[in-house]
Design a protein around this ligand. Structure first.
Ligand SMILES: [Mg+2]
Length: 269
């Protein structure tokens, strides 16, 4: 007799590299997401995407045929603006123009008023002049926080891998001697807020980043399913210990495992 499986009460799904790469859905992802929805298991889309506001991201994903609601998107950008407002901070924002919509009311501070540096994926701002400006602000006094929307080392674009915000966050830390506060994955606070009341032991995270998605989720008691799409590189599964709970060629195979487990746990109950 097959062993009883742990019931699944939440599935967290990464977006970029797992369900899509830029404006192309990963083959099979649209249909598999539909199948997963058929179980009724609550789903959250947890993303470190920092280039786009939640609304832009939602509209783009809907355009790819993915079935989701805006309030199911747990974005690190959204978490960052929430943190700024709750601490009444006046930031120097190093984020892409397309992300500014999420920061309405937080964009108009003069340099003399700024008391925090926020850094996301902002290719047009990753130059000597802007980075030096951020560095000087961090040096102006105690308590100017360096808030990293996430510290991803690189990400997958249509033309290949490209540098993420992580290397630039580390450069500012190195120069100023301060430590960043990381808002997005793999921060436990981020995963916890996405899970709500669900015990991590009953949750699964599916993603293509072995450290930020899988390592981060498993460190707080979830199971992590690594997909071999997006930024996945051969051998990634051996870069964390313990390794991923499952390694799947793509999102579709990850969903197949979940559907099997779900059917089994329903049958056993
Ligand atoms: Mg990803």
């Amino acid at each position: 007799m097959a062993s009883r499986k742990v019931p699944i009460k939440a599935v967290l799904i990464d977006l970029s590299g797992t369900l899509h790469v830029e404006n192309t859905a990963i083959p099979g992802a649209v249909d598999s997401l539909k199948k997963l929805r058929g179980t009724g298991i609550p789903i959250k889309f947890v993303t470190n995407t920092t280039k786009e506001s939640r609304r832009c991201l939602f509209e783009r994903l809907i355009g790819l045929g993915l079935e989701l609601r805006k309030d199911e998107i747990w974005s690190s950008l959204w978490a960052a603006q929430d943190l700024l407002r709750s601490r009444n901070l006046k930031p120097m924002l190093m984020v892409d123009d397309a992300a500014l919509e999420d920061f309405s009311g937080l964009t108009d501070y003069g340099e003399e008023e700024q008391n925090a540096v926020v850094i996301g994926l902002a290719p047009s701002m990753f130059n000597f002049s802007q980075l030096s400006k951020a560095f000087r602000l961090l040096l102006t006094g105690a308590g100017v926080p360096l808030i990293a929307i996430h510290c991803g080392r690189y990400y997958k674009r249509c033309d290949g891998l490209a540098l993420g915000p992580g290397p630039f966050v580390r450069a500012l830390e190195y120069a100023s001697g301060c430590h960043s506060e990381v808002v997005g994955k793999p921060s436990p606070t981020f995963f916890r807020s996405a899970l709500g009341d669900v015990d991590p032991a009953y949750a699964v995270m599916i993603g293509d980043d072995v450290k930020d998605d899988i390592g981060g989720a498993q460190a707080m008691g979830m199971r992590g399913f690594l997909v071999q799409t997006g930024k996945y590189r051969t051998g990634d599964e051996s870069r964390i210990s313990p390794g991923p709970a499952a390694v799947c060629p793509s999102f579709s195979e990850a969903v197949d495992i979940l559907l099997k487990e779900y059917a089994q746990s329903e049958g056993d109950s």
